[in-house]
Structure formats: structure tokens, C-alpha cells
Design a binder for this molecule. Structure first.
Ligand code: AHR
Length: 653
């Protein structure tokens, strides 16, 4: 007896636990799909939080380019003073959306100058070209602008001259110039010479090399991270930002389209939200507005999912509501948005879309009314939206909020009401610890399947909440992967899912964890990003039952699994999470009339240490490793590594 025990101890020490010794049998009914996977199942949630848009994906390098921040000089420094009145900040109420501009009164042909600090500096690359532009008016002759980029030691690393032709009304001037050094903390000097009065506004610097080479466009590396995920949809513009701290600062899509210089900026609600992460220079300039969001969605092949304000400000803040008899404007915004996205170019808003460069419709199919709103006041307002939208646009599916939490009185109240109203899609949010994600892998197994579909619209596994910033560890990601087997298994009721938030800037975040981290030059995906990407790029088209003793594989022995069939590639795709510190041996018994080819592709994310994460320095600690495996017939034997997420792609004939 003593000998047997010591042999077992020795084997365990070598990693041969009893669990690894006795295979777990899973049965896969390949010919009996239990439902369809929605084509936009796995998507992304975009919000301008953590410098996600301004200072992030929107590639503008100048902060407060139009002097419209509450403190008009924020981000700027005068380089030469001149006499009193030399720099005059004019506030002209006739200028739509952009009232302030700078008047330079240069009586003595002085060299006047401004310096802009950028968003935590400006990221520029050696060999890259940058475009400086501004709007100006001046009838004086001989006005010239000299721009220079400086590195942190004040060395000039790029410069250009921009002579300004005399003009009677506001005009644009621009110049491109190369940069010969890489730094993520450059700053911009703008020098003005020439005698007379010069009005300037919209002082701007963009890399020429943007996503798809669009002038004044988006940061290429950040969009690429999204494109690589092949997301089924993109939800925008949030998040709480939709609601605003008060109604005056809610997101109004109409103020984000048309000429960029006329888009009226507002304070970003994350500017002041967290006392421990105040971000006084955080504003929404709307250079990334609704047109650009639709374009982004189209570029990356994602369905656009706009979320609109429902007549309520954030209930964590003021909770202001618009009186019901004043809700029309909000409802009209929704109707007009559909026209902007889908209407013919003969309509008012369709025409604007065409003028902005996209005569073809954007094919909007769904929209959200409200984000994390709750209570009877929400239902009352939603009902008015629903009536108008259903009457005028029965083709548009409505997404409605089930509040901030996935359970509790607030949730139950909303879930009942939304189902009674025949809402198309219910938006559920869960920011929870890893244990919740693991124990909720079967959440949707017995969900109400009559009527509303589910949009897991915001979720993330929070390892240290609420006492500190959550870290995007392998523990968090693996628990999400386990939970997502449950979303996939129930793809007939779970229509869409997206992790949140999407981006975090290492020098400017308010909320953590996030899916993708950036600084001014680099970008990396967290372990959660790797999980999301594997799901989204291995979506499949049909749900294939995978069972253990007739039950779903949702946590017994810390094993989780789901399977799909992909009609176009004719592959069976099995996803398995082993949430054990020991390897797990599994017999996968595929029942099918189809022939399986012998060689399957295996993709694995694994690490025995759950605390491991990715970082700017080590971006690929957790990354997919690919291999092939040869199976014999339809009984596949596979050992899954400790703390691993494995994907098996098995071609069928
Ligand atoms: O994703 C961050 C925030 O979390 C969103 O803005 C909000 O909807 C949720 O509370």
C-alpha cells in the first residue's frame, strides 16, 4: 500500500495526475447541429475612454487644435510674448461649432510662436512623413509659418516652411515634411513671421501614413489590431459616453458629422469620472464622428452597431431625464440616423453622407436605444422610441439595455419588461471576477428562447476589482474563454458578444482592464485579446452539440468545451478550456456520416502561471501556438495542457 501511494506521489510530481490518467469522454454530434451561429457573433465595443479616440485611434497629434477646450490654452505654450494684445483669443459666436480662434497681431515683424505638447507627447517615426495644416485668414503679404518637431531633448527632428497666401476669408494651408528620429514624446513648435494680422485655427499635425492612407485619418496600427480580429460588428460610441454626465453633454451624432472644423467638441465624461484618475485634458473633438465610425465598420467588415441616447443622462451621475413631451428630438435623431446610414442620396441625411464621400448606403441593420439605463423611466422612453422605429423602420432591430448588472432586481425588472415589449435584442453587461465567468459558463443553457436574443454587449473578467485597477492576466482571459464556450454553445440565443473596454493608453487610462493597450507608437493585445481573436476568427456557422454524459461541458473537473461547424471551410472547430493546473486527457468521440481527414490544426493559448500578462515590453507572453495533429478515425485523443485554451480545426470531406 505504502509503495502504491509513493508511486502516485512520484507520478503527480512528474505531472501525471490521476485526472490526466483517466480520459474524459466527450461526444460530438457533428450531424445534429443545434442552431446557427450569427454572422456577427463576435465583435468589438468602441468607446472614447482611456484616450481611445482623441489621443488614440484618431491620429491627430495636436491637443486642443481649435482652442475650444474649457481652458483654451490647455496643451499650448506661447514661445515669444510680444506686446499686450499680440496673441488675442477671439470668441466669435457666429462661427458654428468652433467659436474660438487665435488672432496674432504682429506690428513689428516679430517671430511669434506656439508650442503644443500633444497627447502625452506626440509619437513620430524616423522616415515617416507628417502633415501640418491650419485654417487661417489674413490679407497681409509675406506671412510665413515655420513648423518644427522637437525630441524630448529639444533637438529639431523635422521642420517645414509654409508661406501663406493673402486671403480674405478662412482658408486651409498645409505642408508635409519628413521626420528623422523616432520618439513617442515629440512636441510641435509653430512659428509665425510677417507683419500684420493673422487669424489661425485648427492647427493640426497628422502622420501621412494612416489607416488606408486616408488624409487626417486613423492610426494604422490600432485599426489593424481590430481588422486582425475580423470582428462581426463594432458597437459605438460606447458606453457611458452615449449618456453623458448630464444631458447637455450626451453624445449627439448629428454634431459629429459634416466638416470637421464645425464639429462642436464637448468634455469627455471620463475627464472627471474617477477622482483617482482625473484626466483634465480629455475632450471629444469628434474628428472621429459617426461617418468615420461607419467607414471603420465597413473597412474591417463589421456590422455597425450604433447606440443612441434614450433621453437619459448617466444614472451614476446626474441621471437627468428629458420630459416625455420633449423626447421627439431624441427619437428624430434615431430616425435621421437610419436615413444618414441607409437613405437615398435624395434625402437630407443621405445627401450629407454622399457629400462626405459615401453615396452608397452603410446598410445599418440594428441600433441600440440607451446604454446601461434602467428603471421605469427607461422603459417609458424606450417604448416611445420603439413605436416610432417599428412604424417607420420595421427592418431595424432594436437593442435595449438590461442595466448595469446581469442579475438582481434591476435586471429582473428590465428583463421582464423588455421581453413583454418584444424587444429584439437585450444588451447584458458583466464586469465580474474570474470565478463568476467560470461558474456562469452555463448561464444561457436554459435561457428563455422565446423572443429576444442576447447581446453580451460589455464584459470583462476583473481580477482585482473593486480595490484596484484590474490587470489583464491569463487568469482573466482564460476565465473569459471558458465563459465564451457557453456563449458559443448557446449561439441560437446569444446573437452577439463584445469585450469592454477596447483600448487603453498606458499614459492616459481611466479604466482597466482593457483589451488592447497602446502608447503613442506601439500597440499590443492582452491575453484577453488573443482569446477574443481566436473566437472571432474561428466563428463557424452552426452550433455542434458537444456533451459529457449527456450534459454541456461547462465546468465539471474545470473543463469547458464548445464546437461549431464552418460551412465554407467544411471544418469542425472544437474549443476546449482546461482550467486545471494539470494536463487533462480527453477522448473526443465524433459521431458523423461525414469523413474526417486525419490531420487537424491545433491552436493553443497556454501558460501554467495564471498571473502572466502581456505588456509593451513583452507583448507576446500569451500568444497562439500552432501545430498539426494526426488523428485516427473519429475517436480523437487529446491531452490539453494546464491552464490552456485549445482550438482544434478538423477538416471534413
Ligand atoms: O466599458 C466601460 C464602461 O462600463 C462603459 O462606458 C459603461 O457602459 C460600463 O459601465
Amino acid at each position: 500500500m505504502k509503495k502504491v501511494v509513493s508511486l502516485m506521489v512520484a507520478l503527480a510530481g512528474l505531472g501525471f495526475s490521476a485526472a490526466a490518467q483517466s480520459p474524459i469522454a466527450l461526444n460530438i454530434q457533428l450531424d445534429k447541429p443545434s442552431g446557427k451561429i450569427s454572422p456577427h457573433m463576435w465583435g468589438v465595443f468602441f468607446e472614447d475612454i482611456n484616450l481611445g479616440a482623441d489621443g488614440g485611434i484618431y491620429a491627430e497629434l495636436v491637443k486642443n487644435r481649435s482652442f475650444e477646450f474649457d481652458e483654451p490654452w490647455m496643451g499650448w505654450k506661447k514661445l515669444e510674448n510680444g506686446v499686450e494684445g499680440t496673441y488675442l483669443l477671439v470668441n466669435d459666436s457666429k462661427r458654428k461649432g468652433n467659436k474660438r480662434y487665435l488672432r496674432l497681431n504682429n506690428a513689428g515683424n516679430l517671430k511669434l510662436g506656439l508650442q503644443n505638447e500633444g497627447f502625452r507627447g506626440m509619437g513620430v517615426k524616423a522616415g515617416g512623413a507628417y502633415e501640418f495644416s491650419l485654417q487661417y485668414q489674413s490679407t497681409a503679404k509675406g506671412m510665413t509659418i515655420h513648423v518644427e518637431l522637437l525630441d524630448p531633448q529639444n533637438k529639431v527632428i523635422g521642420a517645414a516652411e509654409l508661406p501663406l497666401d493673402p486671403v480674405a476669408s478662412w482658408s486651409e494651408a498645409a505642408v508635409k515634411f519628413p521626420v528623422d528620429q523616432t520618439t513617442e514624446k515629440a512636441k510641435l513648435n509653430v512659428w509665425f513671421t510677417g507683419e500684420g494680422t493673422l487669424d489661425v485655427d485648427m492647427l493640426s499635425l497628422f502622420p501621412v501614413d494612416t489607416w488606408k492612407g486616408r488624409r487626417k485619418g486613423l492610426r494604422k496600427d490600432m485599426v489593424q489590431m481590430l481588422a486582425d480580429m475580423k470582428p462581426g460588428f463594432i458597437r459605438f460610441p460606447g458606453g457611458c459616453i452615449v449618456e453623458g454626465r448630464d444631458l447637455a453633454n450626451r453624445f449627439q451624432w448629428k454634431k459629429t458629422v459634416g466638416p470637421i472644423s464645425e464639429r462642436e467638441l464637448i468634455i469627455n465624461r471620463w475627464n472627471t469620472e474617477f477622482k483617482h484618475r482625473l484626466t483634465p485634458d480629455y475632450f471629444q473633438t469628434f474628428g472621429l464622428g459617426f461617418f468615420e465610425y461607419f467607414l471603420l465598420a465597413e473597412d474591417i467588415g463589421a456590422t455597425a452597431v450604433p447606440i443612441l441616447n434614450c433621453g437619459m443622462a448617466c444614472q451614476f451621475n446626474t441621471g437627468e431625464v428629458v420630459p416625455l413631451d420633449e423626447l421627439d428630438e431624441y427619437v428624430q435623431d434615431a430616425l435621421d440616423l437610419i436615413e444618414f446610414a441607409n437613405g437615398s442620396t435624395a434625402t437630407k441625411w443621405g445627401k450629407l453622407r454622399a457629400e462626405m464621400g459615401h453615396p452608397e448606403p452603410f446598410h445599418l441593420k440594428m441600433l441600440g436605444v440607451g446604454n446601461e439605463n434602467w428603471g421605469p423611466q427607461y422603459i417609458e422612453r424606450l417604448a416611445i422610441f420603439k413605436k416610432a422605429l417599428n412604424e417607420k423602420h420595421p427592418e431595424i432591430k432594436i437593442i435595449a439595455s438590461s442595466g448595469t448588472d446581469p442579475e438582481g432586481d434591476r435586471f429582473d425588472f428590465l428583463d421582464d419588461k423588455l421581453r413583454a415589449m418584444n424587444i429584439d435584442i437585450i444588451d447584458e453587461h458583466y464586469y465580474r471576477p474570474p470565478s463568476w465567468f467560470l461558474s456562469s459558463a452555463s448561464r444561457y443553457d436554459n435561457y428563455n428562447r422565446n423572443g429576444a436574443k442576447i447581446f453580451a454587449g460589455e464584459y470583462a473578467s476583473h481580477t482585482t476589482r473593486p480595490n484596484g485597477p484590474g490587470k489583464s492576466t491569463w487568469e482573466a482571459a482564460l476565465s473569459e474563454a471558458a465563459f465564451m464556450t457557453g456563449l458559443e454553445r448557446n449561439g441560437d440565443v446569444v446573437e452577439m458578444a463584445s469585450y469592454a473596454p477596447l483600448f487603453g493608453h498606458v499614459d492616459g487610462w481611466q479604466w482597466s482592464p482593457d483589451l488592447i493597450w497602446v502608447d503613442n507608437l506601439q500597440v499590443y493585445g492582452t491575453p484577453s485579446y488573443q482569446v477574443q481573436k481566436l473566437y472571432a476568427t474561428n466563428r463557424g456557422t452552426a452550433i455542434i452539440p458537444i456533451m459529457r454524459d449527456g450534459e454541456s461541458v461547462s465546468g465539471k473537473d474545470s473543463l469547458y468545451a464548445s464546437a461549431v461547424y464552418d460551412e465554407s471551410s467544411k471544418e469542425l472547430i472544437v474549443k476546449v478550456v482546461n482550467y486545471n493546473s494539470q494536463p487533462k486527457k480527453v477522448n473526443l468521440d465524433v459521431v458523423s456520416k461525414k469523413k474526417l481527414t486525419a490531420t487537424a490544426q491545433l491552436v493553443t493559448l497556454a501558460n501554467p502561471d495564471l498571473n502572466v500578462s502581456n505588456s509593451l515590453e513583452e507583448p507576446l507572453n500569451i500568444r497562439p501556438k500552432e501545430s498539426t495533429v494526426v488523428y485516427n478515425g473519429k475517436k480523437l485523443v487529446q491531452t490539453f495542457a494546464p491552464y490552456s485554451f485549445t482550438l482544434i480545426r478538423l477538416p471534413t470531406k
